[in-house]
Ligand binder design. Sequence first.
Ligand SMILES: C[S@@+](CC[C@H](N)C(=O)[O-])C[C@H]1O[C@@H](n2cnc3c(N)ncnc32)[C@H](O)[C@@H]1O
Length: 218
Amino acid sequence: MELFNTDFAGRSVHSQSHHWCTPPQYVAAVKRVFGGEIELDPCSNQESVVNAKCEFALPETDGLAQEWNFPSIYVNPPYGADRARGTTIRDWLAKCASSRTEYGAQVIALVPVATNTSHWKKYVFGSADAVCFLYDTRLRFLVNGSTDNKGAPMACAMIYWGDNFLAFETVFSVFGAVVSLASLKKARQNTRQKQKPKEMFLFDFNSLKPQTRRSAAG
Ligand SMILES: C[S@@+](CC[C@H](N)C(=O)[O-])C[C@H]1O[C@@H](n2cnc3c(N)ncnc32)[C@H](O)[C@@H]1O
């Protein structure tokens, strides 16, 4: 039996598969938040029970290279580094965050808890709207179509980018501790707004300088 070695958040995890599929109770919960359907699963496989309306799967379609212009998106990304494509979980979280800002998508991602990583600091805190820290001591993913009784060794969370906090909280408070990230998001927006006048000043200064010189010479 082939053993895979997955690195994430500085930890090394051995498992029999890197195709850890979402258990049905979590798929049902995500669908409830989205009002019944998941429009896109950008990283699917043949054993998945997500059954989104549109699914991207290797080797045919690289989900990270596609536009995620869909109203509701569920992402349970590969947790290890993809050396062939040079991508990591950071790229999947970045795409979740940008799908919200670019297309107004509602996005839920199931990922390992890694609050001290730069990808959580950048794409979860200050970007996402809520997180549910799952109570499962060992989350039992589906592996090759069956429940993996050993369960995953790391804590997992559902991250939510969207405007229906109430629906997310109502559905997911059964599965874990739901925390709103609204204040962190607002704080980051305020910081960005405060930085804007400085950037405008630099832009004006640089673009006016050559004109002043030209008019002085003429
Ligand atoms: C953790 S599994 C999740 C499967 C399914 N979304 C679910 O939740 O049940 C992640 C899957 O993403 C697939 N995958 C990895 N990189 C991908 C990529 N660049 N594009 C599409 N699928 C990818 C892998 O083959 C793997 O089966």
